[in-house]
Design a protein around this ligand. Structure first.
Ligand SMILES: *Cc1c(COP(=O)(O)O)cnc(C)c1O
Length: 394
């Protein structure tokens, strides 16, 4: 294995939409000696982190920190809060929306669920009117799931309006905010989001390994009212009970929790709104650069946390991304296949979340332009992407 120190290009640029680059301050904090978690010292750190997470999710309610990835946290919310023998409404137009559907499909026989799937076209925002109508037609719906920023399609949905619609019913709204929190505006309390989930390795600037679940008042009531089902570690009742005394039910990834506290400090010091504005400016300028290169955007309702474009005719995805890695030490993501579309090999995506600056983004766009040209996919003057980026970004 080659170590960083022996590489000729030591500066890796990790612009995949998860995992994202981790700031050196956070890496350093995570290298501290391990402390035991049943101690005052750990509880102090954990209490501070809980307060910071509330500020970032914009809620006064509990935000649980769950060991696992974002999927663990979302699955925990899905199973802990659903009413047995009820209906669930899942909205999907991409890989992650489809994952939440697979999870309810897996549990449906054990929880006696009727599953209503509302699938719309990949690259479009969720159809609010159709959600409203479906809720009217099916008053037994106990959960609605939505992805605010569908990372696989670089698409945003209007969660504020959807929360307005769902809050008029008895259903709880579960928002996958895994690439929204810390990147796009999202207000758990002000918008009336019952459950807001995020993960550590996207805009939260940490390695993978923690998922966060913000619980609103209606969600807390539901948690008390519903008896636990066929799950154990995923039971949010256990996590909430411990949370009340700044604790967790099982051995936590202490190093990650310490690291997250430092990363949250960085986000709050920069200011949540400033972070969102930086993210938006990178995204707008990147989309302008894609269009200047003659590329077609993958989304009609773009999310600002990730930008995707279709490959021009004749460019091979794996050869292209290999050239980016080997010639530029730039790492970006390709596409994924799902039920609603097959985008593997058809698209590429870059992240604007977290620890990424203008130079990282410009270097990446320059590398993309060079390698697309080398592959015969585009025929634009050198510097086209950079000029378009700068014109929009300022
Ligand atoms: C990354 C991601 C997930 C899955 O999170 P994991 O941490 O990989 O389990 C879910 N939803 C969205 C929108 C994501 O970007």
């Amino acid at each position: 294995m080659t170590s960083q120190a022996t590489q000729t290009r030591p500066k890796q640029r990790l612009l995949t939409p998860g995992p994202t680059a981790v700031p050196p301050e956070v890496l350093q904090e995570m290298a501290q000696p391990i402390i035991h978690h049943r101690t005052k010292q750990f509880q102090g750190i954990f209490e501070q982190l809980c307060g910071q997470l509330q500020k970032i999710l914009r809620t006064d309610g509990p935000v649980l920190s769950i060991a696992g990835s974002g999927t663990t946290a979302f699955e925990a919310a899905q199973v802990s809060l659903v009413k047995p023998s009820s209906k669930v409404l899942t909205i999907a137009a991409g890989k992650f929306g489809e994952r939440w559907q697979e999870i309810y499909d897996a549990y449906a026989p054990y929880l006696d669920l009727t599953h209503i799937k509302l699938n719309h076209d990949w690259g479009t925002g969720a159809p609010v009117d159709q959600i409203e109508q479906t809720l009217k037609d099916n008053p037994e719906i106990s959960i609605v799931t939505i992805v605010q920023s569908e990372t696989s399609t670089a698409t945003a949905s209007d969660v504020k309006r959807i929360a307005e619609v769902v809050s008029k019913t008895d259903a709880l709204l579960l928002v996958d905010g895994i690439t929204a929190v810390g990147a796009l505006p999202v207000e758990q309390d002000a918008w009336g989001i019952d459950v807001l989930v995020t993960g550590s390795q996207k805009a939260m600037m940490l390695p993978p390994g923690l998922g966060y679940v913000g619980l609103g008042e209606r969600a807390l009531k539901r948690l008390e009212a519903v008896k636990p089902g066929p799950y154990y570690n995923l039971d949010l009742r256990k996590w909430y009970k411990s949370w009340k005394s700044n604790d967790v039910p099982f051995t936590p990834p202490v190093s990650l929790i310490r690291g997250q506290k430092v990363a949250c400090e960085m986000i709050l010091n920069e200011g949540l709104e400033n972070v969102q504005q930086r993210t938006r400016k990178f995204a707008e300028a990147t989309r302008a650069a894609y269009e200047a290169m003659g590329l077609k955007l993958i989304s009609k309702s773009p999310s600002d946390s990730v930008s995707g474009a279709f490959y021009p005719e004749g460019v091979d995805d794996s050869a292209f991304r290999k050239a980016l890695r080997e010639n530029h030490n730039v790492h970006i993501a390709g596409g994924q296949d799902g039920e609603g579309a097959k985008w593997k090999g058809k698209i590429f995506r870059i992240s604007h979340m977290g620890y990424v600056d203008k130079d990282d983004t410009l270097t990446t766009l320059g590398a993309i332009e060079t390698e697309l040209r080398n592959a015969g996919g585009i025929d634009v003057a050198p510097g086209t992407a950079e000029a378009a980026f700068n014109k929009t970004h300022g």
